[in-house]
Design a protein. Sequence first.
Lengths: 268, 268
Amino acid sequence: MSETKVYLLDGGTLLVDGFQVFWNRGPGGEVRFPCYSVLIEHKDGRYIFDTGYDHDHVMRVLPFEKPLQTPEQTIPGALAKVGLKPSDIDYVINSHYHFDHCGGNKYLSEACTVCHTKELEACGCPQPFERLGYSDYNFSPDHAKERGIELPSEPELDIYTPKFETVSGDQEIAKGIWLFETPGHTAGHYSLMVELAGRRPMLFTADACYSQKSMDLMCVSGFHLDPTASIQSMERLKALAEKHDAELFYSHDWETFPNYKTGAAYYS
Amino acid sequence: MSETKVYLLDGGTLLVDGFQVFWNRGPGGEVRFPCYSVLIEHKDGRYIFDTGYDHDHVMRVLPFEKPLQTPEQTIPGALAKVGLKPSDIDYVINSHYHFDHCGGNKYLSEACTVCHTKELEACGCPQPFERLGYSDYNFSPDHAKERGIELPSEPELDIYTPKFETVSGDQEIAKGIWLFETPGHTAGHYSLMVELAGRRPMLFTADACYSQKSMDLMCVSGFHLDPTASIQSMERLKALAEKHDAELFYSHDWETFPNYKTGAAYYS
């Protein structure tokens, strides 16, 4: 049995307001936060958890988030750094379908995607205030049509890899790879835990918790569907970390991200 | 039958961030918004809908909202301007129990308060992120105790007038005075409509919609329990205004408030 390895693929940064990161608390003003994907080398295949944002898409739909992304920070570029190409990926897991978590799905030409059943429903029929997150109108062309929005002739963020599977409930999708339901940020949000031979399990919150400070303050991000559920999910992540002696890795933490291993370095 | 009259009692202003007024949209930066109460002279008695904030309480618990309130902008001061004293008020209706809507309840020594059953429950057991709004720990002393918060020896915001009544559902509480359920901002939020002999009905949104711009953008305020319900409540207010040919009056609209009649002037 080959040893499981985890690589973090740096995906560049975005600009938001401090009140969007720390809901109602701030302080306000521009903050630039990191985005990354998680590559898992596993005996059953290669998994990628989230795929970052697509630069061109952000420039077209949300240019005010001023994306900074080098070629090495795209999915093909980041995979090349670890000696892989997009077609080497067997499975995509999307924590949710906000644009900064699925922008690289389109490159993964051989993969089967796994997401929560409720998330696929939600991204096709978002609440009006979720429009900024579910930014690709191709996810819900009927809605776009109702609103008089012209769709690009080619879908820009094609989340649909060749195979697609929706699941619900907590799931051990492969030996030592766990999905935990953490709704609130979106309707069908998953966090992910990976068990490794040589260290504590890694528990990736995804957007159920943006940062260590968010957790310390129990402060939900400004982007959410249901803040009551969000708080419960943060409590759940704390409890899961304690139960499994897992280390929490946050999704958009400009303070802790510089300490994470990226590039060709890996956790095992 | 005496003619119903509506007075708007200017209650001063508070300072918040633009992202708190227009959730996730902003623009950010300090905005100063008005607070006011609605006095209804009715053949069945004198009603007051919401009672503004208590300056001393804000200075103790949320001084960063920099309250500006003259003596004429307190409940006793504003009532004096129309020739009344607090003991002349028969009924208080609280849209909800955020501090800037019940700060003057304590003056109303003869009144019976009416609020939504769910709101009274909620303010005694708020979500962690509702703490800024439900700012008086005396509403939920057990929670305060759990958190190690010391209660002031004298409750500062005593919401409990001598009589207290909770209701639910839409209600015509007196001829031509309607309460409409508009949850989302809080669990048990009510908006109020008053029918008048000489003009269109007045539909007071309270915090179900802060401003005309909020309605135009369908943009919920940053302070909310359930944004999906908030959107439905805004849609409901629009539909009610259309159905009853009512004019919408918003709760914290620094752009439209200067056009509202205040002081001794009234609507009838």
